[in-house]
Ligand binder design. Structure first.
Ligand SMILES: [Zn+2]
Length: 229
């Protein structure tokens, strides 16, 4: 199966003073995997405004439709959504899913419903949303696997895409910046150092490294890591 994998620029946010990455505007990405049978959308960005969060994070929003169209992709071609995790900057656009299946780890959905550090509860609890819950790694479609990478959150997952050239990995937020991927001794204050579970964060990164990807992309770093770089 041939895939085209694109980063979708869904805007940015400026974290508040108590955030470990205060002082920088953080890019917010989703990803589109285009296959002959439609687009798999990985994460959904911020979605509609949310006054309390917007006061804290001063977001600049870009719509999914815009980000897709600048990659010559149409929103109507999205057939599946896959959520890396359920923080607001990944799950906020979920209301545009229009009844298509949303794949998530069961442990992540449970954590998001239970733990106060998740927000947008009413948005992602809409009974119209069609969740497909996974318990661990799963062959998602031919050539596309979800890989559980807990650490940033309890049920974080990354995405591995088989291409003729080798494996493309959407680490999502299993690594916060490229250096956390490339240098096992590096810990970003907003990555490993402030993870939900530090030990599991590091284990998950090692699990991903063992897949030997040729290319790795991230939710909050515009740079792409490639073999030999
Ligand atoms: Zn997050």
């Amino acid at each position: 199966m041939s895939f085209r994998v694109e980063i979708l620029d869904l805007g940015s946010a400026a974290p508040p003073r108590m955030h470990p990455d205060f002082g920088r505007r953080i890019p917010i990405h989703a990803f589109a995997i285009e296959s002959p049978t439609g687009i798999v959308l990985v994460d959904t960005g911020l979605g509609e405004p949310e006054p309390a969060l917007d006061r804290m994070y001063q977001p600049e929003r870009r719509s999914l439709a815009t980000a897709l169209s600048e990659n010559r992709l149409a929103l109507e071609r999205v057939k599946t959504i896959l959520l890396s995790h359920m923080h607001f900057d990944h799950v906020g656009g979920i209301t545009q899913s229009g009844g298509i299946p949303i794949h998530v780890q069961r442990s992540e959905l449970e954590a998001a419903r239970r733990e106060p550090r998740y927000t947008l509860l009413s948005r992602f609890s809409d009974p119209a949303l069609q969740y497909v819950q996974h318990d661990g790694d799963a062959q998602f479609l031919e050539g596309i696997r979800v890989i559980t990478t807990p650490g940033h959150t309890p049920g974080h997952q990354s995405v591995a895409i088989d291409t003729p050239a080798g494996l493309i990995l959407l680490a999502c937020q299993a690594a916060y910046v490229l250096e956390e991927w490339a240098d096992p001794s590096f810990e970003h204050p907003a990555g490993a150092a402030s993870a939900w579970n530090h030990e599991r964060y590091r284990e998950s990164l090692n699990k991903l490294r063992a897949l030997n990807p040729i290319e790795v992309r991230f939710s909050h770093d515009r740079r792409i890591w490639r073999t030999g770089s």
